[in-house]
Design a protein around this ligand. Structure first.
Ligand code: NAD
Length: 493
C-alpha cells in the first residue's frame, strides 16, 4: 500500500524560522562570510529554507565561546547534582515538545512520524540517563597499607567537538550532547547538512533549562568546511563522530596533528542469522522491522539475513510477502511505515544498489519506486534472495530499505558469512539452542549482538563497532570516560 503525500502547503510545519543559524555564545548568528546552503524537503526535493554555511572563522568563534565557558566556568566545576538538575530539565522540555520535534524531524528527514516521535522520546531519555549516571558516579581509590593512598581525580576534558549524521539527527545529537554536558565539557555541535532543522531547537531548550551561555555552541555547514575546521581546531580536545566509515578515516587523519581524543561510530552491514530451530514468526517480524524501520537508514540495520537451508525457501517466501505489504508514503501519516529517503543524492545511491542487485541476486520484493508515488525519494522495500557473499549488495552498506537474503548449511558457514564483511557493528541471532546462541554470539566480530530480540538498547551497555564500524565504545560510564581525563593522585602515608 502507498500513501500519497499532502500538498507542500499542508505538509510544511508552522512557525519555521526564516533561516537556520549558528548558535555561538548564546547568540543566534549568521556566518561571518554570509554564506548559506539550501535545505531540501525529501518529499518534494524542493528547497524550503537556507541554513548558515559555517566556515573556519565561524568555527573559531564557536570554539572560542566554548573555551571561555569552560575556562571561566561555572559549568565544568558545578556539583554533579547541579548539572544533573539541568539535564533533567532538558529531558522534561524535550519530552514536552516531542510532537513538535517529531513534526520537524519528519518534515526534514522523511522519517515516518510515529518513528520520529519515538526518537524524540529517546533523546529525552538520553539526558535522563546521563543525569542519573553523573550523580551516581564514583571513582576508584587504592590503598597500599602503611604506604600510600592513591585516588582518581576525574576532570572534564574541555571543548568537545560533536559531529553527527542525518539519520535520526536529533536523537543522535542527544547521544553525544548528554554525556559531554554531564561530564562538564563545553561543546561545539556540527549537525549533518542534509537535516539541520531539528538541531536548531536545542538552543531554546538549553536556555530554558538554565544551561549557561557558551556551554552549547552550534555551527551548521558542510562536512568538508565546518566539520573539517572543527576537527583541525587546536583548542578542541576531542571529537565524537558518527557517520560513514570513509569520513571516519578522513577525520582520523585530520585529527592526528592535534592529537585529539576520538570516538567513532561508523557504518554497518549487520547480519541477522536465523537458524531452523528459531521462533520463525518472531524472527520474521524482527528482521522486517530491523531493516525497514527508520527507512532502512539505520546504522544497526540487519541488512543481510542468513537463513539455515531447511527453512530458507519458506522464510524467503514469507519475508517477500510481508515486505510487499509494508506501507510506504507520506511520512506525516501515522499509518506510514517507510517514508521518503533523506535526500535525492542518497536516493540515487540506494536506487543504484537496487539496479546492481538485480544482477547479483533474485529480486523477490520491491525493486524500485513504489507505484503511485511519482515524486520524492520513495523506495519500495526491496528484497533480494540467493545473494552470494562476494556480491556488492552483500558487502557494502546501502543504508536504505534493501535487504539481502542468503542460505547457509552449517554453523561454521553461517559464522564465516556473518563475519565476512569489513564492518562489525551489530548482529541479530535467532535460535532456541542456548549453547549455540552464546558460543555463536561470542564468535561474531561485532560490537553488539541481540539474541532472539529486536534492537532494544540498554543505555548502560557498550555501544560501538569493531573493524570498519568504529573506534571505541560509548554507553554508560564509557561515555563519561571519553569526555573526562582521569588523573592519578598518589599520597604517601
Ligand atoms: P557522513 O560521514 O557523510 O557525515 C556525517 C557527518 O560528518 C556530517 O555532519 C558531515 O557534514 C560530517 N563530515 C563529512 N565530511 C567531513 C569531514 N571531512 N570532516 C569533518 N566532518 C565531516 O555520514 P552520513 O551520510 O551523514 O550518515 C550516514 C552514515 O552514518 C552511515 O554510514 C551510518 O551507518 C553511519 N551511522 C553510524 C552510527 C553508529 O552508531 N555506528 C549511527 C548512525 C549513523
Amino acid at each position: 500500500m502507498t500513501i500519497a503525500p499532502a500538498s507542500r502547503a499542508e505538509r510544511t510545519p508552522e512557525n519555521l524560522p526564516d533561516r537556520i543559524r549558528h548558535v555561538i555564545g548564546g547568540e543566534s548568528v549568521d556566518s561571518l562570510s554570509g554564506r548559506t546552503f539550501e535545505v531540501l524537503d525529501p518529499v518534494s526535493n524542493e528547497p524550503y529554507l537556507r541554513a548558515a554555511a559555517g566556515q573556519a572563522d565561524d568555527v573559531d568563534r564557536a570554539v572560542a565561546a566554548a573555551r571561555v565557558a569552560f575556562d571561566e566556568g561555572p559549568w565544568p566545576t558545578l556539583l554533579p547534582r547541579a548539572r544533573a538538575r539541568i539535564l533533567n530539565r532538558i529531558a522534561d522540555i524535550v519530552s514536552s515538545r516531542d510532537a513538535r520535534l517529531a513534526e520537524l524531524e519528519t518534515f526534514d528527514t522523511g522519517l515516518p512520524i510515529t518513528q520520529a516521535l519515538g526518537q524524540a522520546q529517546r533523546a529525552a531519555e538520553n539526558f535522563r540517563f546521563f543525569a542519573d549516571l553523573i550523580v551516581a558516579q564514583s571513582d576508584d581509590t587504592y590503598k597500599v597499607p602503611g604506604r600510600q593512598v592513591n585516588y582518581v581525580n576525574r576532570k572534564p576534558k574541555g571543548v568537545a567537538g560533536l559531529i553527527t549524521p542525518w539519520n535520526t539527527p536529533f536523537m543522535l545529537e542527544s547521544w553525544k550532547l548528554a554525556p559531554a554536558l554531564a561530564s562538564g565539557c563545553t561543546v561545539v555541535l556540527k549537525p549533518a547538512e542534509f537535516t539541520p532543522l531539528s538541531a536548531s531547537l536545542w538552543a531554546d531548550i538549553f536556555r530554558e533549562a538554565g544551561l549557561p551561555d557558551g556551554v552549547f555552541n552550534l555551527v551548521h555547514g558542510l562536512g568538508e568546511e565546518a566539520g573539517d575546521a572543527l576537527v583541525k581546531h587546536p583548542d578542541v580536545r576531542l571529537i565524537s563522530f558518527t557517520g560513514e566509515s570513509r569520513t571516519g578515516e578522513i577525520i582520523f587523519a585530520n585529527a592526528a596533528p592535534t592529537l585529539k581524543g576520538l570516538s567513532m561510530e561508523l557504518g554497518g552491514k549487520s547480519p541477522a542469522v536465523v537458524f531452523a530451530d528459531a521462533d520463525l514468526d518472531a524472527a520474521l517480524d524482527s528482521t522486517l522491522f530491523g531493516v525497514f524501520s527508520l527507512n532502512g537508514e539505520r546504522c544497526t540495520a540487519g541488512s543481510r539475513i542468513l537463513v539455515e537451508r531447511p527453512v530458507y525457501d519458506r522464510f524467503v517466501e514469507r519475508y517477500a510477502a510481508r515486505a510487499t505489504r509494508v506501507v510506504v508514503g507520506d511520512p506525516r501519516d501515522p499509518r506510514t511505515e517507510v517514508g521518503a529517503l533523506v535526500h535525492p543524492e542518497h536516493y540515487e545511491k540506494v536506487m543504484g544498489y537496487i539496479e546492481l542487485g538485480k544482477s547479483e541476486g533474485r529480486l523477490v520484493a520491491g525493486g524500485g519506486r513504489p507505484d503511485g508515488l511519482e515524486t520524492g525519494n520513495y523506495v519500495a522495500p526491496t528484497v533480494f534472495a540467493d545473494v552470494k557473499p562476494e556480491a556488492r549488495i552483500f558487502q557494502e552498506e546501502i543504508f536504505g530499505p534493501v535487504v539481502a537474503l542468503t542460505p547457509f548449511d552449517t554453523e561454521e558457514e553461517a559464522l564465516a558469512l556473518a563475519n565476512g564483511v569489513r564492518y562489525g557493528l551489530a548482529a541479530y541471532l535467532w535460535t532456541r539452542d542456548l549453547e549455540r546462541a552464546h558460543t555463536f554470539a561470542q564468535s561474531l566480530d561485532c560490537g553488539m549482538v541481540w539474541l532472539n530480540s529486536h534492537n532494544v538498547r540498554d543505555l548502560r551497555t557498550p555501544f560501538g563497532g569493531v573493524k570498519a564500524s568504529g573506534l571505541g565504545q560509548e554507553g554508560g560510564y564509557r561515555s563519561l570516560d571519553f569526555y573526562t581525563d582521569q588523573q592519578a593522585v598518589h599520597i604517601s602515608l
